[in-house]
Ligand binder design. Sequence first.
Ligand code: ADP
Ligand code: MG
Length: 322
Amino acid sequence: DHVANQIAAGEVVQRPASVVKELLENSIDAGALEIKLILKEAGKTLVQVIDDGKGMSVTDARLSFERHATSKIRSAEDLFKLNTKGFRGEALASIAAIAHVELKTKQENDELGTCIVIEGSEVKSQNVVVTPKGTSVSVKNLFFNIPARRNFLKSNTVELRHVTDEFHRVALAHPNIAFSMFHNGGEQFSLPATNYRQRVVNIFGTKTNEKLVPVEEATEVLTVSGFVGKPEFSKKTKSEQFFFVNNRFVKSPYLNHAINAAFEGLLKDGYHPTYFLNLTVDPQTIDINIHPTKTEIKFDDEHTLYAILRSSVKHSLGQFNI
Ligand code: ADP
Ligand code: MG
């Protein structure tokens, strides 16, 4: 079983950023309003996420490390709804298979909480502790038992960039939640709960504010809301391109093409549009369970979505006489 856990772990966890993503999403699923991310050495030696969500009972805390122990799917039908981020029940079990994990958690009405320490899937201790409402998960020494994986990790600069990307994606998808991020003791981001526009500005800098063109469109099959950057603020990198589908960050080369098409003739050679777009579709018309890290997505009717997206972005640019 340890081996099975380690193999599965490699699928879910590729680098510290994968741990960050899974832990942040769990906190969001738990209804947290404030989430703190603490890192050491780009997450290689520590990724800790502290939330003020609903916490877990003693039993649930112990169960949360069992493979397929998701509390989020109650029937096969739920699989198609996927209102929550997690739906595989694999993240915590996988992470615990390849790191030193400490979980502290308490539910609102409990006086005391639970602390569980697990190393390489082995429960080292379980204690009653004094801890605030919510959950803290510390993941130390990632891949301590898989040297090949550990050696495969990139420099701290590169790994921190992946972590930051993940943090940005989650923070953009949930502007109503307060997030902070600390690295080696220093505060990297402090994002108060706010609206979407302000969240974009808080992450990408105050200069971002003047470059945003609002995009709003509501059709029967697709709702679009968010911003594209004015053409003069296009970038040589694709670092400010964000699609969220039903509050989940996704990569979609096809829909990206729709944005490029809307910007046709407006950009200098080698420049890419910036965009921060939220798409809402009927969950039954998408498939997001095609990749363990869940960033890729399949749409039933992507041609229609393409057309709507392209025309709504074009329309918005037109409104700004662009
Ligand atoms: P999944 O998110 O797919 O259900 P995970 O392995 O990520 O699987 O988590 C297992 C379970 O542990 C969750 O279903 C949830 O019940 C519980 N859990 C994990 N993180 C938290 C948290 N931050 N707050 C409350 N419960 C949590
Ligand atoms: Mg999860």
